[in-house]
Design a binder for this molecule. Structure first.
Ligand code: ADP
Ligand code: TRP
Length: 330
């Protein structure tokens, strides 16, 4: 039997270039490995912590589904579904809660960051924390363990969550005997952190993102707004900057070498940005066309998700039955 590779993306915003290079692209590349069976899903339960408006949840879910298809995900080759279509996830979540120590959850970066924020504001440490956020890593462990996942391709910021899934699997296996496969995160180091237009990590929390499928005009405008230093056009420029690091993602080898040379000799930021726009737009255009097709033919996408959920549930039921049996629930 092939090893399982699984990943999820939260529908919490319009997908951006950081999501693509950090998570979607490596995951799709992995799905082409014939030695792996891949599961990709939309983590809509995980999104509930961030998205409180129904219209937004529906819209972002649609955008994520169409993005993955536009980026080359083949729903005939991999299992593609919405997390909320697989209720077994929530049942396993509960079973896992009972082998997970509170101390483990206390160490989660996302939780700790909120606690710190409240403390700094002089508020109760848990003022900003609801149980969905607190239990977030357990739900993620359920996503992973339910499908006997071996590999979890994710961005570097998700490493701790996969480590926690591993700890939870081990705790369960220790108490009840070998039930779950122990998962490992796969982090593509070379594209681990994509830079945003202000030079920090691209993230919707910083508002510095470039949406993957914005229009050509928007793309041009966002690129022209990338923060640069005040060096003169003729001055040599360091390649350690947002413009170059984004250029690197879209360019081929020759383009990259030529650009590195121009940076060394001196290039105006306007020219560097124009070149970045040109390679980025060339790269993104065919995918953008597919994306626009799926967004306007969403019924086709929904059928694909339904078929994926049926396949996913067949496996989920088997794993859940195994877990229930070793616990003594059947
Ligand atoms: P955001 O930071 O914009 O809120 P998410 O947390 O929704 O993004 O991330 C979704 C996926 O995309 C995760 O697997 C995450 O690791 C990856 N990702 C997000 N931003 C980046 C980035 N700047 N570089 C690399 N990967 C990223
Ligand atoms: N927590 C992940 C994120 O923030 C999304 C996610 C949910 C996930 N369940 C998962 C990723 C299981 C990998 C495997 O992006």
């Amino acid at each position: 039997m092939n090893k399982i590779s699984l990943t999820g993306v939260k529908p919490t915003g319009t997908p951006h270039i950081g999501n693509y290079f950090g998570a979607i692209k490596p995951a799709i590349e992995m799905s082409n490995n014939p030695e792996l069976d891949s599961f990709y899903f939309i983590a809509d339960y995980h999104a509930l912590n961030f998205i409180k408006k129904k219209e937004e949840l529906v819209q972002f879910t649609k955008e994520i589904a169409c993005t993955w298809l536009a980026c080359g995900l083949d729903p005939n080759k991999i299992v593609f579904y919405k997390q909320s279509q697989v209720p077994e996830v929530t049942e396993l979540n509960w079973l896992l809660c009972n082998v997970t120590s509170k101390g483990l959850m206390n160490r989660a970066h996302a939780y700790k960051a909120l606690v710190e924020k409240s403390l700094e504001a002089g508020d109760d440490p848990d003022a900003l924390v609801n149980m969905g956020l607190y239990n977030y890593p357990i739900l993620m462990a359920a996503d992973i363990l339910l499908f006997n996942t071996k590999f979890v391709p994710v961005g570097a910021d998700q490493k701790q969550h996969v480590e926690m899934a591993r700890d939870i699997a081990k705790a369960f296996n220790k108490r009840y005997g070998n039930t779950f496969v122990i998962p490992t995160e796969i982090i593509q180091e070379s594209v681990a952190t994509i830079t945003g237009i202000d030079g920090r990590k691209m993230s919707k929390s910083y508002g510095n993102q470039i949406p993957l499928f914005c229009t050509e005009q928007e793309l041009k405008k966002l690129i022209s707004g990338i923060k640069t230093d005040s060096s003169l056009p003729t001055e040599p420029k360091s390649t350690d900057c947002a413009v170059f690091s984004l250029y690197k993602l879209f360019a081929n080898k020759e383009e990259l070498e030529a650009m590195a040379e121009r940076f060394a000799k001196g290039i105006s930021w306007a020219d560097a940005k124009a070149e970045l726009y040109s390679v980025a737009n060339k790269y993104l255009t065919p995918m953008r066309e597919k994306y626009n097709y799926y967004m306007t033919h969403y019924d086709e996408v929904e059928k694909m998700l339904d078929a994926g959920a049926t396949k996913a549930r067949a496996i989920a039921k088997e794993t859940l039955a195994r877990a229930r049996a070793v616990i003594g629930l059947d």
